[in-house]
Design a protein around this ligand. Structure first.
Ligand code: G6D
Length: 344
């Protein structure tokens, strides 16, 4: 296993982690962005399985958040405001009147301090960032660490850790778009997905949670026994149509689940298993991907990648009964998500 690094555009640095099984992960210190993820298919062909820009300079904008660490709060915060301990905070309204993905100065658009490391089990990059009180409107001076580790068991482990000097809110995630077919040869419609979830969060027409949890049973949201993403793309269900034909929804995991998600791409034989200590995740099937972006391996199109954004739920800021995202002074935010790749 080894690590290489290179200075790239805008004086950013890109780190490439390589293990002994043919897997490679490239990470930018800007936004903690995963720019490339190489994995072998069932015949040993090493191909890129994430969406990323051909020209790294385009990550400066990155409206689709390709590969990025997202925070302070991933997802949508209604009307760009929330109340905490009786005090109201106004956030950056960077999507109409709402707040999306940490706002203009979110974690996806800052330069992180990076340090590489190597152990007998893994090679990795430890990213740190100090988010000042009031950044994008959030309270508290927050110190954040995101650690990417690649193991020889073909696991990409993402560890998140943070603390704050005053009560705040925090719900971080990684926003990689996966396409296990390899080198963007096909859309994600044929990907088979299993999710250990009985409920998902209903959205309104502005993609803001309504406060209702819906049972997945008898709907295209029931992934408990596996289902092709195509089902949600062609579905007549109002929630699939509302988000642009597909999924863009928070799934609440069954509490006793350990490997909460498994993705299988039948032609390449690639599989990806996700295990996390997060209470749920947004699965987003790239419904809003505009055509024509120059990506590594080809041009972007709708449904070219699928995101599995394991995180807490910003709906908890408005409604009771949703996974909490408050962080108290002196408390440590500590979360882990492992993506394990294999072939079958
Ligand atoms: C769209 O609604 C989706 C979000 O879920 C996604 O994170 C974003 O595009 C990049 O706004």
């Amino acid at each position: 296993m080894h690590i290489t690094s290179e200075q790239v555009v805008n004086k950013w640095k890109q780190y490439t982690l390589t293990n002994d099984q043919g897997m490679e992960v490239s990470i930018l210190n800007f936004g903690g962005i995963i720019t490339k993820l190489i994995a072998p298919d069932k015949d040993g062909n090493k191909e890129n399985i994430v969406l990323g820009y051909e020209n790294l300079e385009e990550y400066a904008e990155n409206p689709n958040y390709f590969g990025a660490v997202v925070g302070r709060v991933a997802g949508r915060t209604a009307n760009a405001t929330f109340e905490l301990n009786g005090r109201r905070y106004e956030l950056d309204a960077n999507e109409g009147k709402h707040h999306l993905h940490g706002g203009k100065h979110g974690f996806s658009h800052v330069v992180w301090h990076a340090e590489t490391f190597s152990t007998d089990r893994a090679v990795g990059v430890k990213l740190t960032h100090e988010s000042p009180d009031g950044e994008s409107g959030y309270p508290g001076n927050v110190r954040v660490t995101v650690t990417y580790s690649l193991t020889n068991a073909n696991e990409l482990v993402i560890d998140y850790e943070a603390d704050t000097d005053q009560p705040t809110v925090l719900a971080m995630t990684n926003h990689s778009y996966f396409n296990l077919r390899g080198n963007l040869k096909d859309s994600i419609a044929g990907h088979q997905v299993r999710i250990s979830s009985n409920e998902f969060v209903e959205l309104d027409k502005e993609l803001i949670p309504t406060g209702h949890k819906l049972e997945v049973g008898e709907t295209p949201f029931d992934f408990r026994h596996g289902r092709a993403l195509q089902d949600g793309i062609v579905s007549e269900h109002v929630q699939n149509q509302l988000v642009g034909n597909g999924y863009d929804h928070y799934f609440i995991f069954q509490e006793d689940a350990s490997k909460q998600v498994k993705v299988t791409e039948p032609i390449s034989g690639r599989t990806m298993e996700i295990a996390t200590d997060q209470p749920g995740m947004v699965m987003y099937t790239g419904n809003g991907l505009n055509e024509g972006l120059q990506l590594v391996g080809g041009s972007s199109q709708k449904h070219l990648g699928v995101c599995f954004e394991t995180q807490g739920s910003p709906a908890s800021l408005e409604h009771k009964g949703f996974p909490d995202i408050r962080l108290e002074a002196g408390e440590t935010y500590k979360k882990k998500t492992t993506f394990r790749f294999d072939v079958e």
